[in-house]
Write a protein that binds this ligand. Structure first.
Ligand code: UT7
Length: 380
């Protein structure tokens, strides 16, 4: 007889960042901005940009395979694939369906989750519920974005912020209690239009007028979003810690959504939590939306910032306005990262023909072509 599921543990982790680097100096050539302004207002120094042959699904597949490898599993052990993204390759099929094909899984259900920058953590919470209910044993949760293709490269208020990438985790059923202890999600629609993408959906299908008005790119009310972010991240983080039965001083590492160093510092201040126990990599990647927390998590493990038994707090905030926090005990062996070392250098094939519809880069991103090295993921 199968024993009941008593806990949900994070057993695998992985990330993928494209090799193209867009620096603040590059942005100075594209819009009226400067390195000093960007660094002092955001903390961002550079971000990664997907090459012409890369998409959200291709990056997600590599991060996912790396997470499956660190979990010591095979792709077919995964029962459910969840991809948090606001930049799926297509409105349909889901990015998750393309990921399933790319990783060679034959059995999983696969779907996308739309919660913007909180997408990975909404996926984590969904996986938690599916596992605790007995529906799934191993769930692959991915946050992946190609924000460079939804960014208005003429808008200095947004284009300095965003980057591309993917991160993933495997969550597994456990017959022991522990692992994931505090899960808290919120959605506050009064700020639904603080960050949004006006055209291309059912309300405003893309047409010549929407293209002319550049409405198929992300728009943002920066300072309203900023204030709401600091307030909401603090309350969501506190709620997850309370649900876990911890106090904040017991938390070993906070891994927040990497939107802006000032938001992260504002969160630490609001919680009275020391910055040396907050993981930050926004300087290297900018805001990668749903990819940001799992990308930071994988880097924190690689940097030796987590060890078995540590109490970890993940917290994110994004369009919707959504917010999510997960408090969990680290149960993985950081040395397992070695298993994923070679993955992503070989070919990972997506559905045949899936690259045919990719938009060409806008002409002002010619530097991408000029500096492009071989993509890490070649299409079939
Ligand atoms: O994942 C969640 C989604 N998004 C976020 O979390 C982003 C939240 N917001 C922010 O991070 C910040 O609001 C920004 C970084 C976007 C902007 O920083 P800010 O300190 O709120 O600046 P501001 O929008 O109040 O602009 C201050 C000044 C303005 O000039 P004036 O009107 O004071 O003369 C802007 O025009 O800075 C100007 N400015 C720039 N200057 C140089 C705005 N963008 C730029 C730029 N370079 N890129």
């Amino acid at each position: 007889m199968t024993r009941p599921v008593l806990g949900v543990r994070l057993t695998g982790w992985g990330a993928y960042a494209p090799s193209l680097v867009l620096t603040n100096a590059d942005l100075e050539k594209m819009v009226e901005t400067n390195d000093e302004w960007i660094v002092s207002r955001t903390g961002i120094r550079e971000r990664r940009i997907a090459g012409p042959d890369e998409t959200t699904a291709s990056m997600a597949a590599v991060a996912g395979l790396r997470a499956i490898a660190t979990a010591g599993l095979a792709p077919d052990d995964i029962d459910l694939i969840l991809v948090g993204t606001l930049t799926a390759d297509y409105p349909m099929p889901s990015a998750a369906a393309l990921v399933k094909s790319a990783i060679g899984n034959k059995r999983a259900a696969a779907m996308d989750l739309a919660a913007a920058c909180s997408g990975f953590l909404f996926g984590y919470a969904t996986a938690y519920a599916y596992i605790m209910s007995g529906f799934a044993k191993h769930v692959l949760v991915i946050g992946a974005e190609t924000l460079s293709r939804a960014t208005d490269w003429t808008d200095r208020g947004t284009c300095i912020l965003f980057g591309d990438g993917a991160g993933a985790a495997v969550l597994s059923a456990s017959e022991e209690p522990g692992g994931t202890l505090g899960v808290h999600l919120t959605t506050e629609p009064s700020g639904a239009y603080f960050i949004w993408l006006p055209a291309g959906g059912a309300a405003r299908p893309a047409n010549a007028a929407t293209l002319e008005a550049r409405e198929h790119f992300m728009k943002m009310k920066g300072s309203e979003t900023f204030r709401m972010a600091v307030r909401t991240l603090g309350s969501t983080a506190t709620a997850a810690v309370q649900k876990a039965g911890w106090t904040l001083d017991e938390v070993d590492l906070v891994i927040p959504h990497q939107a802006n160093i000032r938001i992260i510092e504002g969160l630490a201040k609001a919680l009275d939590f020391p910055m040396d126990r907050v993981f930050v990599n926004v300087q290297c990647y900018g805001n990668t939306s749903a990819a940001s927390v799992p990308l930071a998590l994988a880097e924190a493990v690689d940097a030796g910032r987590v060890k078995p038994g540590d109490k970890i707090l993940l917290v994110a905030f994004g369009a919707g306005l959504t917010s999510a926090a997960i408090a969990f005990e680290w149960t993985g062996d950081p040395a397992e990262a070695a298993r994923a070392a070679g993955i992503g250098h070989e070919q990972v094939s997506i559905a045949p023909g899936y690259l045919d519809a990719i938009n060409p880069f806008p002409p002002d991103l010619e530097w991408v072509r000029a500096r492009q090295s071989s993509p890490a993921v070649e299409p079939a």
